[in-house]
Design a binder for this molecule. Sequence first.
Ligand code: ADP
Ligand code: ZN
Length: 215
Amino acid sequence: MKRSIILMGPPGAGKGTLAKKLISLGLVHISTGDMFREAIKAGTALGQLAEQFIKRGDLVPDEVTIGIVKERLSQEDCANGFLLDGFPRTLVQAEALDEITKEIVRPIDVVLNLDCDEKELVRRISGRRVCKVCGAPYHIDTLKPKVDGVCDLCGGPLYQRNDDNEEALKVRLEHYTHQTKPLLEFYQVKGLLHNFNGSLRSEVLFDEIVEFLKS
Ligand code: ADP
Ligand code: ZN
């Protein structure tokens, strides 16, 4: 099975939702966005720095982001496979990742790209709610919790991310178009890129991807 995986796609394409399902295959989920949000919640120096960028929709500086990913990928649990979600987002990060994977002797097996049209992204993100405790994603219209405002999985409170507003989303989409989207070409040339339809229902997409990873 393909076990060293990069998940790519614009904000709202469903990377996080898919990743949380794929951990059932024994892959370690490495989400830079989740790592930053945890650091913010814990009030660390990293969190204080990252928050300034994230709330505006801007990218956290490369050297900071590369540092945390390098440290995470060097940990023992990644030896069995990992799922990078939200990294790399710039060419500098992609080149640094090439070096890191050489050092840990685990080359990237595949890049899964989730396509999704912009109107759908805006709809998904503006209605998105997230569990404060376990990070499970919900949507006010299409993925409602059983009890309003409460996570089905852990009972934690649901909240709206402070970068899930119209203004920050516009900035995030621009960074995606100008800095992250060009990476598709970078991985296409390496023969690693595989496109999937991010507009599919999450269960359907999950089945398709599991089948592909096993092929
Ligand atoms: P989404 O994919 O919905 O935009 P993420 O949770 O992946 O959200 O990321 C949230 C924010 O965290 C980004 O908008 C950015 O500010 C920061 N971030 C996450 N990953 C990176 C990265 N690889 N490089 C720079 N900033 C990042
Ligand atoms: Zn929860």
